[in-house]
Every structure is written in structure tokens, then in C-alpha cells.
Design a protein around this ligand. Structure first.
Ligand SMILES: NC(=O)c1ccc[n+]([C@@H]2O[C@H](COP(=O)([O-])OP(=O)(O)OC[C@H]3O[C@@H](n4cnc5c(N)ncnc54)[C@H](O)[C@@H]3O)[C@@H](O)[C@H]2O)c1
Length: 317
């Protein structure tokens, strides 16, 4: 039985990965600041998950977990996530994302763990130079979040070269689906529509990005974890297709009859004064070729599944 440590195990992507690994019979060590009700339910359902609360920047806490469980691989999801959060707390972002990741890499080296699967982001690229890009696109991140993610990628590459770790930097894009923690599209649109409340987003109908459903991301991460001989250190885990926010608004209106949703033209802002840069689609040929990653959800199928999941969640609230 493989022993896999998942950092950020109680977060959006971490919890989805923990569930997949537990279902297939791996021994999973969850590491996060604290648990939450959804993660407690996972713990109750699967006896092969254990949870260790801890802080990524506290070396003694990290190394203790590695010495106690001797994981063979790590799926590293823990981070301060998102451009807006990183602008609000740039120093904490650097500490948690960079120093915390260095702690994990160092503990791996000291205890013999072999594979580091880092959940990275399209933010490492900065503004996209084409409508669809592959992993060779230059990395010029421009906000603290993307800068911290790229620094982790580079540090991990150094550990791969110097200490023989297998490193996979999985660059995903705008992940959506049940459990999405941040008030971001498409969650805001779906929730307003299900509440029967009108929502007008001032601008953003022309902003285009690759949105990927959580189930596809969790599957892709598990496939990368298993890949026998990955040829590259960076892979896209997304859909390979970008859509505009205007198209997403239309699909949600179609899926939830009576939805009062609208969006103005132009570029999207994460929040007032923080505009998105030019983005697009992430080519997924590498992940398809090297470990048979095949996303199942296009945007319509993903939004349909998400609407059904939100209806279900809200019926228990
Ligand atoms: N969600 C997306 O759209 C998206 C897109 C691209 C990349 N990513 C990357 O995927 C990873 C997971 O993102 P997510 O959406 O699940 O975020 P999330 O915020 O839901 O989960 C992050 C988890 O990390 C934990 N964490 C934060 N600081 C910590 C610390 N100091 N010590 C221990 N744990 C800590 C949090 O408690 C949280 O449970 C991140 O590395 C993020 O950069 C996410």
C-alpha cells in the first residue's frame, strides 16, 4: 500500500484528491492547519485516512509527520491561494508558499520520499502571449501569488537535480465545482441564480480562461502521481479549451431557468482595481501523452454537474 501525504488536505483540491486516493486503497496522510466538517466526514468514511493538523512553516511539525508516516509521495496543495489574497498578504504568501514548500522538500529529502506533485497555477505565466499556450510558454509572473508558485516550481526543480526527487509541477487553471471556497465565478453566478437573486457583473464578458471541473483535476493529479516515467517537470491539468465569462453566464442562465444574470463587456476584475491579465487555454497534450490525462467535463457538462451538486448541498444546509 502506498503512503501519500496530501498537504492542504482540507481545502478544495486537497480534499478531492484525498477522497480519490482513499477510495482506491492508498494510505493517505492529510496535513492542514485544521479540519472542517467536510473533511471530518471523509475521515469517518475511510479508515485509511489519518489527519495531522499542522502549520507548513513550522519545521518541527512537518518533519515529525514525515518521520512518523514515511510517505513515499507528496501531493502539495497547501498554500495561500489567489491573486487577491496574495496582494492582501504578500509577506505571508511568500512565507507559507515558499518557506513552507521548502520545509516539505527538505523533509522529503531527509526521509526518503520520492515524488513531489506540486499543484501549481497558470499564474506562473503572467499575461498569456497567445490564445492557447503549452508548458514552454515563458514564465513572467507579475503578482505575489504567481511569483511564489513559480519560485516553488524552481526550488523543486533544484531538489530534483540535486537530490533525485521526481518533481511534477501541475499547472492547473480556474478550477470550479463542489467545495469551491472563494466567491468567484461561476460559484457566484450559480448561487445567485439558485437564490432567485439578480446578479449583474459590471465587466468581464470578454475575459477568456480555461475553467476545469474539480473531478478532472483530482483525476489528473492521481494519474500524475502514478505516471511511471514522466518526461517533463511541468504539465497542464486543465481542459485545453477556454471560454468567455459571457458564455458561462449564458450557460448558467440556460441551466437554471429564470436566472437573472448579466455581465458587462470587457475585461474581468478579481476585485475593484485588480484586473485579470490576458489568459486563454492551456494545451494538455503533454499530460495526455505522458499519463493519459483525459478530462471528462467540457464547460457545459461541468456547470451542469456543479449546479446539481450545489442544489444537493443547499438542500442539506
Ligand atoms: N482553486 C484553483 O482554481 C487553483 C488554480 C490553480 C492552482 N491552484 C493551487 O492548488 C492548490 C490548492 O488550492 P485550493 O483551491 O484547494 O485552495 P484552498 O484554499 O481551498 O486550500 C488550501 C489549503 O491549504 C491550507 N493551508 C494554507 N496555509 C497553510 C499553512 N500555513 N499550513 C498548513 N496548511 C495551510 C488551507 O487551510 C487550505 O485547506 C494551491 O496550491 C493553489 O495554488 C488552485
Amino acid at each position: 500500500m502506498n503512503t501519500i501525504l496530501v498537504t492542504g488536505s482540507c481545502g478544495f483540491i486537497g480534499a478531492a484528491v484525498v477522497e480519490k486516493l482513499a477510495k482506491r486503497g492508498d494510505r493517505v496522510i492529510g496535513f492542514d492547519l485544521r479540519s472542517n466538517p467536510a473533511f471530518d466526514r471523509l475521515l469517518q468514511r475511510h479508515s485509511n485516512i489519518v489527519f495531522e493538523p499542522g502549520e507548513l512553516t513550522e519545521w518541527p511539525q512537518i518533519v515529525d509527520v514525515f518521520l512518523k508516516y514515511k510517505p513515499t509521495s507528496v501531493v502539495h496543495c497547501a498554500a495561500i491561494v489567489g491573486v487577491v489574497n496574495s496582494l492582501a498578504s504578500p509577506i505571508a504568501t511568500m512565507r507559507v508558499n515558499i518557506e513552507g514548500s521548502l520545509n516539505v522538500l527538505t523533509a522529503m529529502r531527509q526521509t526518503g520520499a520520492k515524488r513531489f506533485v506540486h499543484i501549481s497555477s497558470e499564474e506562473v505565466y503572467g499575461p498569456f502571449m497567445a490564445a492557447k499556450i503549452d508548458e514552454t510558454h515563458p514564465c513572467f509572473p507579475i503578482k505575489p501569488y504567481g511569483i511564489s508558485k513559480f519560485a516553488v516550481e524552481q526550488l523543486a526543480r533544484d531538489f530534483a537535480r540535486e537530490h533525485g526527487l521526481t518533481v511534477l509541477n501541475l499547472r492547473t487553471c480556474w478550477v470550479y465545482g463542489p467545495g469551491l471556497p472563494r466567491p468567484r465565478v461561476p460559484k457566484t453566478l450559480i448561487d445567485a441564480a439558485l437564490d432567485g437573486a439578480p446578479l449583474h457583473i459590471e465587466a468581464g464578458a470578454d475575459f477568456t480562461v480555461d475553467h476545469v471541473y474539480i473531478d478532472d483535476v483530482a483525476n489528473g493529479i492521481c494519474q500524475a502521481l502514478d505516471a511511471p516515467a514522466p518526461k517533463h517537470e511541468a504539465y497542464h491539468i486543465s481542459t485545453g479549451v477556454s471560454v468567455t465569462l459571457g458564455e458561462i453566464v449564458e450557460i448558467v442562465r440556460d441551466l437554471i431557468p429564470g436566472a437573472q444574470l448579466s455581465i458587462g463587456p470587457g475585461n474581468y476584475a478579481f476585485t475593484k482595481g485588480v484586473e485579470t491579465v490576458k489568459k486563454g487555454a492551456l494545451d494538455i497534450t503533454r499530460a495526455k501523452t505522458d499519463f493519459a490525462y483525459t478530462p471528462k467535463y467540457d464547460i457545459r457538462a461541468g456547470l451542469k454537474a456543479y449546479v446539481a451538486a450545489r442544489r444537493e448541498e443547499r438542500s442539506h444546509a
